[in-house]
Design a protein around this ligand. Structure first.
Ligand code: PLP
Length: 432
């Protein structure tokens, strides 16, 4: 027995499914998950001493790679000062000021501990600010596991084939409208029917929880126009895309394409914590000041703005502002996606790829999907063979076809070349 399987057996005795977040269990792809003992740069090592080139990066936060010396130094210094105070600190202001400078659509930000909390709170704020109940989300977009959002959600839920989670009463989701991503007509119809009752639309600008599907420019423009006209708020969930697809997030890309584009509220996570539990939501002062203690919308957290997490996030945000950082990251990511696509083509296997900054997706399909329904056309068995072929060769991709991939600044040209070599071998194996 391997150390990984011994640990997995032991974990399953005391932790549901042996994991603390479902996708880690490899249920979609089968097999035993790797138990990680340490990570450095672009690599992770498992309990059997096997090294992997890591394209998950803790599901997004590790944009600098693992164990960046300046981040570690900042975290160590913060630990020496104290782990948690439950009182305000200057570092929280510094982090929020940094976020506001990089994402000018926001005037104020509140820090929380997870993306789930951030989107849940943003929706409560939107409902409180508008006095309305209905919300719109899109099929295949994931915004965390708050009850009202577990409606045909993507990610782990899609993997397990459940349309909704048990334990969520129908009355909790009765005001959540789930529409098709990139479908302007459906969105127009929803606003025509319910416009004056809609508090907000929440969306991933590039949906990384159905692999990698971009919101088309007309779709994003329609979401902006319809919300504004109806007096609803547009919430852009940049938990995955924020600071990763571009320094200013996906919203900076849509602002280039759509005149006057800015979301009302932005949800952040992952990169802003640099690997520590930290997330945020923000928007205009007039809306944000409706939060407690100034306003009537309650929101709180024992560990919110934690001094170690903010030190880690601040060091990370400062390092990714080095000139050319995102250009280099984007070029390395394209080296990977182009290499994968060419390797698939050489073996006669249909694959389409897309990427933005350090976020990428690949589909074992002849065309890039535009919505969740099209993503579901992927042959899961084929994906699983690819995943395990790569894993055996020391390449760690997400263990589910619904997940985006993540490249870090620590991935070298050689790492990517080695990955493409492994893909060539794997595809050749699959074609036989
Ligand atoms: N929003 C998006 C777009 C995400 O990708 C995720 C998590 O993957 C979340 C929200 C939830 O964040 P967390 O897992 O920190 O609760």
């Amino acid at each position: 027995m391997t150390q990984n399987s011994i640990l997995f057996e032991r974990a399953q005795r005391s932790i549901p499914g042996g994991v603390n977040s479902p996708v880690r269990a490899f249920k979609a792809v089968g097999g035993t998950p790797a138990f990680i003992t340490r990570a450095q740069g672009a690599y992770m090592w498992d309990a059997d001493g096997k090294r992997y080139i890591d394209y998950i990066g803790s599901w997004g936060p590790m944009i600098l790679g693992h164990g960046h010396p300046q981040v570690r130094e900042a975290v160590h210094a913060a630990v020496d000062e104290g782990l948690s105070f439950g009182a305000p600190t200057e570092r929280e202001i510094a982090l929020v000021e940094e976020i506001l400078r990089l994402m000018p659509s926001m005037e104020m930000v509140r820090l929380v501990n997870s993306g789930t909390e951030a989107s849940m709170s943003a929706i409560r704020l939107a409902r409180g600010a508008t006095g309305r109940s209905k919300i719109i989300k899109f099929e295949g977009c994931y915004h965390g596991h708050a009850d009202a959002l577990l409606v045909k959600a993507g990610s782990g839920l899609a993997t397990f084939g459940h349309a909704t989670s048990a334990g969520v009463p129908p009355e909790v989701v009765q005001d959540t409208l789930v529409l098709e991503y990139n479908n302007v007509q459906q969105l127009e119809e929803a606003f025509a029917r319910f416009g004056s009752d809609i508090a907000c639309v929440i969306m991933e600008p590039i949906a990384g929880n159905m692999n990698f599907v971009r919101a088309s420019v007309p779709f994003m423009a329609a979401a902006r126009r319809l919300t504004r006209t109806a007096g609803a708020l547009l919430i852009i969930d940049e938990v995955m895309t924020g600071f990763r697809v571009a320094l200013g997030g996906a919203q900076s890309l849509y602002a280039q394409a759509i005149e006057g584009f800015a979301p009302d509220l932005t949800v952040l996570g992952k990169v802003i914590g640099g690997g520590m539990p930290l997330a945020a939501f923000g928007g205009p002062r007039a809306v944000m000041e409706q939060l407690a203690p100034q306003g009537a919308v309650y929101q709180a957290g024992t560990l919110s703005g934690n001094p170690v997490a903010t030190a880690c996030g601040l060091a990370t945000l400062r390092l990714i502002q080095q000139p050319g950082f995102h250009d280099q990251l984007a070029a390395r990511t394209r080296q990977l996606t182009t290499g994968l696509q060419n390797a698939a083509q050489a073996a006669g296997i249909a694959m389409r790829v897309d990427s933005e900054g350090g976020l990428f997706g690949f589909f074992l399909l002849p065309t890039l999907p535009q919505n969740y329904r099209e993503v579901l056309k992927t042959d899961g068995t084929l994906f699983n063979r690819f995943f395990h072929g790569m894993l055996r060769r020391g390449i760690y991709f997400a263990p589910a076809l619904y997940e985006a991939g993540f490249v870090s600044a620590a991935h070298s040209e050689q790492d990517v070349a080695d990955t493409v070599d492994a893909a060539r071998e794997t595809f050749a194996e699959m074609a036989n």
